[in-house]
Design a protein around this ligand. Structure first.
Ligand SMILES: Nc1ncnc2c1ncn2[C@@H]1O[C@H](COP(=O)(O)OP(=O)(O)O)[C@@H](O)[C@H]1O
Ligand SMILES: [Mg+2]
Length: 305
């Protein structure tokens, strides 16, 4: 559905996107996972048509996005990272304005406003000014505004930042439902939990480059470790801690230590060594590696750094 070829974008001397090529299929829920400054919003802004790329091309169903033909504009919905609403206007008035910008009018517009307000559960607040809304309600209305014209591709740029858990779940549920009904979604986030829960395929982005691409399982398979063993640092006998290094990569995180077991290491051998050092098994917790572990593995830093 969407094809990005060798996209590059610069701000002065800074290369914010560096030769990114990416194909997104119809019906995907594609996640763009990366820390602040990775280039997520820059990528979104190019697809949304807010600016033209310094180099590279974008195509939607084979049609070049350059010049923004009307069919392309109507096919894309965009939820920007910062809420784009008029706060002195009500929800009804905001949606009326956005709907008319997309060429909707009359009964069709009224019906779409009703449907979108219902989808984001704001019908009962529709005649209240947006400035009286909580952050979560504003985010939900921001999402509704992107759906009025029934796009087939929806761009969501960190739509849950600063949102209460209830609004976040409402946003997740709605996006999952729309995706099941055929909407293609590109969703950027720096929360690996969101990418893990929502996305059928994920691109990990940092410094303007896609570092890894695949389903959750495909991405985690790129990690050398199939298991991570963690334990409280203050419980560790010093000589035993040093001995663990031969089982994999040892790293320290706040109060805890983690060992990413090297390929082929058997848990039985690991625990035989810790038992021999007089360390009780209950001191350890086993977990599957996460996208956070993969990001650390690829970049040497965490998503929040
Ligand atoms: N309008 C701009 N002018 C100059 N630099 C920018 C601008 N927008 C973004 N940047 C820089 O480009 C890089 C990528 O930013 P951005 O695409 O916003 O990343 P993300 O959305 O992943 O946080 C960052 O280093 C950011 O500081
Ligand atoms: Mg951003």
């Amino acid at each position: 559905m969407l094809q990005l070829d060798h996209l590059t974008q610069r701000y002065g001397a800074l290369t914010a996107l560096n030769d990114v090529s990416l194909t997104i299929g119809r019906g995907e829920f594609f996640g763009l996972l990366g820390p602040n400054g990775a280039g997520k919003s820059t990528l979104m802004s190019l697809v949304a048509g807010l600016r033209e790329p310094a180099a590279g091309t974008l195509r939607l169903d084979g049609v070049a996005l350059a010049g923004r033909p009307a069919e392309v504009v109507r096919a894309i919905g965009f939820v920007p990272q910062s809420v784009a609403l008029y706060e002195d206007l009500t929800a009804d008035e905001n949606l009326g304005l956005y709907g008319r910008l997309y060429g909707l009018a009359g009964r069709k517009l009224a019906a779409r406003i009703d449907a979108c307000l219902d989808a984001v559960q704001l019908t009962d607040r529709r005649r209240h000014a947006v400035k009286t809304y909580s952050g979560g309600m504003q985010r939900r209305l921001n999402l509704a505004a992107s759906l009025l014209h029934e796009p087939k591709l929806l761009l969501c740029d960190e739509p849950t930042v600063g949102v209460d858990p209830q609004s976040r779940n409402a946003i997740f549920d709605l996006l999952e439902r729309l995706n099941r009904d055929g909407l293609t979604v590109i969703y950027s986030t720096h929360y690996m939990e969101e990418a893990t829960r929502l996305c059928s395929r994920i691109g990990i982005i940092d410094h303007g480059r896609i570092l890894a691409l695949g389903t959750l399982d495909e991405l985690l398979a790129q990690l050398p470790a199939a298991e991570v063993v963690s334990f409280a640092r203050n419980g560790a006998p010093a000589p035993a801690l040093a001995a663990l290094a031969r089982f994999g990569t040892l790293r320290e995180r706040d109060e805890r230590c983690e060992v990413l077991l090297a390929p082929g290491v058997r848990l039985a051998d690991f625990f035989a060594a810790t038992q021999a050092a007089g360390w009780p098994d209950r001191a350890f917790t086993l977990k599957r590696p996460t996208l956070e572990d993969l990001f650390l593995h690829l970049t040497g830093k965490t998503l929040r750094e």
